[in-house]
Every structure is written in C-alpha cells, then in structure tokens.
Write a new protein. Structure first.
Length: 684
C-alpha cells in the first residue's frame, strides 16, 4: 500500500475533511475540492461486474448483491473503507457496502422505474462513492463513473397461456381455454383473463396454467401452480398444487384474472339473467286470473324477483284459493301448476297450487334447475307508505300505489329518457331500500342506488322483502356499439410540475394529467396552458404511444415529433377521439370559479373529505382511494351547495346535483377537474 497519508493528500487537494475526531483537527475548515465534497485518489477507481441479472439471485432489502468492485490496492496505508454509495444521473442514490454490494430489491425497483419491468439488460449510468476512515477522520471518495448492466427482477411473461385441468382432461396440448391480455405488452398490461364454463355437475374446477411455448410438449416445469390462497408461482413452484375454483351455486361461468407481476389470481362467478315469472290466481291481486297483457301486472299478475343467481322469489299473503305461475303476460303456454306428485311445469292440465292455510308464504323458483318450493313465512310485516325517488325526479319522494288486494306490494309506471338511479323509500328517508341489481333484485336498508336503464317500465316493489322489478313495456332500442374510449395523459413543460415525469402511474396528478371521457370514444381536458411544449401519452411509464406536433399537424406514435404548443398562454380544451384519431386543441373562453374541492360517498358516510390541488394547477384535484367493496361517490365543496356526479365509471363528466358515481372496488388515484366536472379513477 502507498505510504502517503490521506491527511496529506487532502491537504494538498485543499478539501474539506469531515472529522470524527477532535474539532481542532488540522484539516478542519479546508474548502471542498469538488461540488459534491468528494476527493479523487489517483489510481483508486470502481469497476462494474458485468451483467447483474437480478432474476438469478435472491433479491431482498439486504445489501448482498455485488454491483461493483474497487481497486483497493490504490488506497493509502491505514485507510479503511466504511461504506459505499451509487448515485445515478437523476440524483437518486442507493447505499452500498464497502465492497460494492447493494440491495437487490432497491436496484431492481430503480431500474424498473426507468425502463419498466421487462427482464432485459438495461444500462444505468452512475457514479460510485466510497467513504474512508483513517485515524478517526472520514472522507468521501469519488471512485469514478461506471455504467451498470442490470436485468430487473421480473418473471418471464409469455404472450399467451392456456388452461390445463379438469375441463379438458388435463390435456397439455388443448387450447380451448385461452388466458390472454388482449395481445398487449405483458409488462405494461400484466393482467391476463379467461372465461371458463361452470361444470354441468356443479363441481369445483382444478387446473394449472400452461405457457404457450409449452403447449403440446408434455412439459409441466414452466406451468403456473398454486402458492396458497389467491397466489400462484411460476415454473411449477410454490406449493406445487393445482389452482382451484370452488363451485358457486347457479354460476354458469367463471371469469379468472391473473396478475402476472403481482402473482395473484382472482375468480368471479357469472350468472344467467333469471327469467321473470308471475303469480296469477284466485288469491292473487283481484283474484280474476287476468292474464291478457302487461296491463295486468300489479292487478292480477304479481312478479317474482331475483334473489340470487338464477333464483327468483315472492313473499306475501295467500288464502287457500288456488294459483299458478306463468312466464309471459298474455300467454298460458309456460306455467307451473300442481301435479299428482308435486309441482309440474308446462302441463296445461295441471291443477291449481294451494296452501294449507291462509297466511304468509314464500314462493321460490330456480329457473335453471326448475325447482319450485312454497314454504310458510313466519313474519308480521311492518306497514309503510312507499314511494320512489331518484335522479329522474331530483331525489324527491314520489308516492307509489298499493297493488290490488295486497297491502305490501306497490306499483308505479316510470319513463326514463336516459340512464338514471332510483331508490324505494318512505317519505323522510328514515326507511329506504337500494341495491346494484337491475332490472330485478332485493333492496336493503340504506343500500346503494339502483341503476335504471332508459326505457318505459311498470315498477313493482315488495316492502316485506325489499324485492323489486322494473318490467320493460317498450321495445329496447338497438344502439350503435360504442367502444370504451382509451384514457390518454398530458405531459410536458406546461403540465403539472413541468418535469416531463413519466415513470409510472405514480406521476398522475404531478406530471401526468388525464383526459376524461366526455362522449362516445371522446376524451378531453380543459385547463391553463403556457407556451411551453407538451405531448399526450397513452400509458404511464411508456413513451411508445404518444401524440406530438408534426410538419402538417398533430401526429400519433411518431417518437420524432415535436412538442405541441399553444400560441399564447391561456385556457384551452384538448379533445381526442380515440376511434377516429382526431386531436384538437382549441382556446376556451372561460373565467373559472375558485373552489375547495373534496369527495364524499358511502365509503365515508357522505362526509366532506378534502382533496389536494394537483401540482401546478388551480383547478385539478387529486386524492387516493382504496375501497374493498363497490361504493358510491360524488365531488363537492363543503356544504354541498356545489356538487358533481354522474353514472359513468371510471371516467366521465360530473354535473351539478348529478347522480352518484358508482365506484368499483379497487385502489385508485382520483383526479377531478372543477372547470369541466371531468373525473378519472386511475387504477394503481
């Protein structure tokens, strides 16, 4: 080792020494040799170690992954290295050990924040610093610039996978059930889904997932296997067991979603819309057996309501006079009656059904399995005066009429010229019923608003059970299919903090401002722009889909395009039709109000919860929201004198006193524009 004292070197270099020893150290007070306070020791340099593939090592928070090495022999005698540091070009730094080891987790996260999680070799420029100690004094040493070659920790995700299990007799070559993310980049959209039919025997489904590259090979080594409840492992790892879907009664299919990066999967059951059947008979309504048309509903025809899956039900008072069930008002061709050995379907010669004694009974029909039951209901119902309220009438109480011959069944007629929301209630709202099912379901006290599609309806409500039916009386309109518009984001020098930050969804509200869905295939944003440039990007963390300025107008997906600029600072509206690829930027002649905006909803008992202004904007607001169940929400100022709502989700344009926004369970960054009422629930 060189004998030159590090003190002498520092003195010659004229650097500041941070002393661990006495304050009167002979080098205290000397000026720094470099802006970063580090010195350069001749011959002492750091070197990279080749490709650091973090998929081949155990990755953790511990500093145990070798990242660089140093020429320690160049250090003066008696100098000990205490620790290290890697500093990247953007100012981010990672701690390291004296011998060049770092946290694999921290290194992977940093590289992924720049390049994404695709497991490819990425070049990362950095400067290596070491901290040395001699005779109780410490100094920071610049060991030079190195370019690290890093493969971030991430699984190898293929473009397509297939179900292999009980539904296809564990045939490794079968491709009937495809798990796909729609052909998108799996590292930008790692969620793969498939739809599986429910077994006819109603049993469970067991399976593994075979990557496309292994289909037909008989090789199970790369399949996805169980790693506990809701978790999976690659390469037949984890606990190695089969993935499982536990049967759900009445399900006709299952939707299975795999998040290939989180290594989790979820299952949701799908049901057929149950048929609607009606009671008719001597103890139903006016007792006339009237069945000429829908006009008899509520008078001599009482509908059963959906209670779950393919099961419908009715609870009410029956006398011992007979009744039947019919499927279609005006027709007797499909009916349920009494046979010699029980209830029979579609037998016109069947007898009437009767109950043994007058009282309350529940009639239940599974429309898939054709199981009909009639059981006594031991109840003493409350007496109410019921009405309906909703966005169609300013949420004011509108009385319903008791159905003929029934104290607990209520009827009204309703025309909705657009999609609306509704609830059943007594005047004053102390008792009210709601649910998310439509056109039939069971409302619960203080339940969510019922989403009602536009149309003409006979509405029936049962105040004993909360059951309701919206029975369509007009023909459903055939609407032009409208694809869900994409969400694009503004980024640039005049957007947010002006940093052009586009690392991940975490930039939303800071350097990325979303356009909100404002019409069929149309998204827009209105705000203040300076003459500094901006662009539009489609996916946070990626520049592959963008809009910029070309020689003859705006151009899409041209990475060499220029920034878009406005001619003078002011308010502008940016509008993009994602189906026709038409982009416009037009002045907005407005003088916006100034608000302090918050959120309220069923997730916080409808209390005002303030939002934060987005960076660099007076009229864009941000909040984070994590809900474990579907909820309703609105944007508002404290006191509710100004509030915005709509029925669209996850993006739309809220209007003053509009309906509640139906928010699906999930973890979101929420953005709201108080100029337009535009909102986005951006899933994290």
């Amino acid at each position: 080792m060189k004998k030159l004292s590090i003190y002498l070197m520092l003195a010659l270099a004229g650097v500041f020494m941070t002393a661990c020893g006495p304050e009167d150290n002979e080098f205290a007070g000397l000026k720094k040799a470099e802006a970063d306070g580090a010195v350069v020791i001749p011959g002492f340099t750091a070197s990279e170690l080749g490709v650091i593939n973090l998929n081949n090592v155990e990755v953790s928070e511990a500093l145990d992954v070798p990242a660089f090495t140093t020429s320690k022999e160049a250090l003066p005698e008696g100098v000990a290295l205490s620790k290290g540091e890697i500093k990247f070009e953007d100012g981010t730094s990672l701690p390291a050990t004296a011998d060049g080891k770092v946290s694999g987790t921290a290194l992977s996260d940093y590289v992924a924040s720049i390049y994404g999680l695709r497991p490819e070799v990425r070049s990362v420029a950095s400067t290596i610093y070491l901290y040395a100690v001699q005779n109780g004094a410490a100094v920071k040493i610049n060991a030079g610039d190195v370019t690290l070659q890093v493969v971030p920790k991430a699984p190898e995700i293929e473009s397509v996978y297939y179900f292999t299990g009980t539904l296809n007799n564990w045939d490794n070559g079968n491709t009937d059930y495809e798990l796909s993310n729609g052909g998108l980049d799996p590292y930008e959209n790692p969620v793969f889904t498939m739809r599986l039919p429910a077994p006819e025997d109603g049993g469970d489904i067991e399976f593994k997932v075979t990557p496309g590259s292994k289909i037909g090979t008989g090789d199970w080594n790369k399949c996805l296997a169980s790693d506990g409840e809701g978790k999976f492992a690659y390469n037949n790892g984890g606990d190695g067991g089969n993935l499982k879907i536990t049967a759900v009664e009445d399900a006709i299919y299952y939707k299975v979603s795999f998040d290939m990066l989180e290594q989790t999967y979820t299952v949701s059951a799908g049901f057929a819309n149950p048929e609607t059947w009606y009671l008719v008979g001597g103890c139903i309504g006016d007792g006339s057996w009237g069945n000429s048309s829908f006009d008899n509903v509520g008078t001599s025809l009482f509908p059963l309501s959906r209670i779950s899956g393919t099961t419908i039900s009715y609870t009410g008072y029956f006398t011992t006079d007979g009744f039947k069930l019919i499927k279609t008002p005006g027709s007797w061709s499909e009916q349920w009656g009494k046979g010699t050995n029980g209830y029979v379907k579609n037998d016109g010669g069947s007898g009437n059904i009767t109950v043994p004694a007058a009282g309350y009974y529940t009639v239940t029909l599974n429309t898939m399995t054709d199981e009909l039951t009639i059981v006594a209901a031991d109840i003493t119902p409350e007496s109410y005066e019921v009405g309906i309220a909703g966005s169609f009438n300013g949420w004011s109480f509108e009385a319903m009429t008791r159905c003929t011959g029934n104290d607990h069944l209520w009827k009204t007629e309703m025309t909705a010229t657009a999609s609306v929301e509704a609830k059943f209630l007594i005047d004053g709202w102390s008792v009210n019923w709601g649910a998310t099912d439509f056109p039939s379901g069971i409302g619960t006290q203080n339940g969510p608003n019922i989403p009602v599609a536009k149309g003409n309806y006979i509405v029936i409500f049962n105040d004993i059970t909360g059951a309701y039916n919206f029975i369509r009386t007009d023909a459903e309109e055939e609407e032009e299919p409208v694809s869900e518009p994409e969400v694009w984001y503004l980024v640039g020098s005049c957007i947010g903090d002006g940093s052009w930050g586009n690392n991940s969804v975490d930039n939303v509200g800071t350097s990325l401002f979303p356009l909100a869905i404002s019409g069929a295939n149309t998204i827009s944003y209105t705000g203040y722009f300076t003459t500094d440039g901006f662009k539009l990007i489609k996916t946070p963390g990626s520049w592959s889909d963008q809009w910029g300025q070309g020689s003859d107008g705006y151009v899409k997906n041209d990475g060499s395009s220029s920034n878009i600029t406005v001619p003078a600072a002011g308010y502008y509206t940016v509008t993009l039709n994602t189906a026709t690829d038409q982009l416009s930027v037009a002045p907005a002649d407005i003088t916006p109000e100034n608000y302090e905006v918050g959120m309220a909803g069923s997730f916080n008992d409808w209390s005002f919860q303030g939002m934060a202004r987005c960076t660099g904007s007076e009229h864009l607001w941000k909040a984070e929201m994590n809900v474990e169940n579907n909820v309703d929400a609105k944007f508002l100022i404290d006191g509710w004198s100004v509030n915005w709502g709509a029925t669209d989700f996850p993006s739309g344009i809220g209007t003053q006193n509009g309906p509640n926004i139906p928010v699906a369970k999930g973890n979101y960054i929420v953005i709201f524009n108080d100029i337009t009422g535009g909102y986005n629930f951006v899933k994290k």
